[in-house]
Design a protein around this ligand. Structure first.
Ligand code: PLP
Length: 379
């Protein structure tokens, strides 16, 4: 019998993410791109960044992209460009990475939380009505794990009140909602190219995408010390420029993104198939009209902490995104929230577990993960 090219022993670790496998496949292209930047000796605001801005804008189906230093900066600068100032209130879900909140806080604005829908983990549009006040100045909708928030009712709510909508698209590049890509629905879409993201740089990087030419001009000023001409600064800004090395690397990876996305979707379908036979596991859902890009494949189970230990003991990668919702973080103690304020976010934080879903994952590894989950649930 011919041995399987990748025999999976029951002891072989399954990592949560394997960027080394990705580098093994595309390392030659990456090194050529880095070399190109070295030869050009142009490291900031050059050709690579400009080309990446065009390519990402095209992918998101919008007119403009503005490269910045991180996803957090993308959010902060987009909020600022949309007029958010100190003392304003900004609506956001509490079940997200802290950066969504800290971008608001960095402007001196106040995060005001609106709970999530338990089945999608994204902001519940009906909650916006309960939380809006005369001081509300913007809404941030997060597309968590690679699935879009329900944008139509969010946009209808925002338009009726003339509030800008910023999409935190850090986890959902390439996803779509009702036929249009995430990032193209609101006034601005914010991307993170943090190394572990579906499109990850070799360091920090981010981008704001928008259909508004005015907003893009403003963002270009803000990311470069508020300069409107050479050594003429017209408003407070700071340095949040995307460097050329990262842009060149991202352009290489962008050529592979659609293929990687299909691989993630096919792995998710395989997990879904296996989990459909295991009672007690709630797999992620992708409602009709949504294309999920599975930045994370996140299940929900009742005894999550025990399952996490069980998988870790068997060297199966897993992570909890996120164990504490923002309203219960020490950072936001001054907002005076308590347990029970946002029950869906709190319950999700106790029950979610993200399993390995990177493109290079093999079918037998998926089977091993699912078998281990099944074994735990039978215990
Ligand atoms: C939902 C969300 N928002 C914002 C960010 C911030 O991005 P960055 O780490 O590039 O600053 C991240 C990722 O880290 C994220 O997952």
């Amino acid at each position: 019998m011919t041995p399987h090219p990748h025999p999976t022993s029951s002891l072989e670790p399954v990592p949560q993410l394997d960027l080394a496998a990705q580098y093994a496949a595309i390392g030659g292209e990456i090194r050529a791109a880095v070399e190109r930047v070295m030869v050009s000796q142009q490291f900031v605001l050059g050709r690579e960044g400009a080309a990446l801005e065009e390519e990402i804008a095209k992918l998101c189906g919008v007119a403009q992209g503005v490269g910045v230093a991180s996803g957090t900066d993308a959010l902060m600068l987009a909020l600022r460009a949309c007029g958010v100032q100190a003392g304003d209130e900004v609506l956001l879900p509490p079940f997200t990475f802290v950066a969504t909140g800290s971008a608001i806080s960095a402007l001196g604005a106040k995060p005001v939380f609106a709970d999530i829908r338990p089945e999608t983990y994204n902001i519940d549009p009906t909650e916006l009505e309960r939380r809006v006040t005369p001081r509300t100045r913007a809404i941030v909708a997060v597309h968590l794990y690679g699935l879009a928030a329900d944008m139509d009712p969010i946009l209808a709510f925002a338009r009726a009140r003339k509030l800008p909508v910023i999409e935190d698209n850090a986890q959902a590049i390439g996803a779509s909602y009702k036929g249009r890509r995430t990032g193209s629905h609101g006034d601005a879409g914010c991307l993170s190219f943090y190394p572990t993201k579906n499109l990850g740089a070799y360091g920090d990087a981010g981008m704001v995408v928008t259909n508004s030419a005015d907003l893009a001009v403003h963002l270009r000023t803000l990311r470069n010390h508020g300069q409107t001409g050479k050594y003429v600064s017209s408003e407070p800004g700071w340095n949040s420029r995307l460097d050329e090395m990262q842009a060149a690397i991202l352009r290489v990876k962008l050529r592979h993104l659609a293929k990687w996305q299909r691989a993630r979707q096919s792995h998710a379908a395989e997990y879904n198939r296996l989990f459909s036979q295991i009672p007690g596991v709630m797999p992620p859902i992708a409602p009709e009209g949504y294309e999920h890009v599975y930045h994370q494949y996140t299940i929900r189970v009742e005894y999550r902490d025990a399952l996490q230990k069980f998988l870790t003991d068997r060297k199966i990668g897993n992570s909890v995104y996120y164990p504490e919702p923002l309203h219960l973080q020490p950072l936001y103690a001054s907002l005076g929230h308590k347990k029970g304020d946002f029950p869906h976010s709190e319950k999700a934080a106790q029950e979610v577990l993200s399993l390995p879903i990177y493109p290079e994952l093999r079918k037998e590894q998926i089977a091993r993960v699912a078998e281990a989950v099944a074994k735990f649930l039978k215990c």
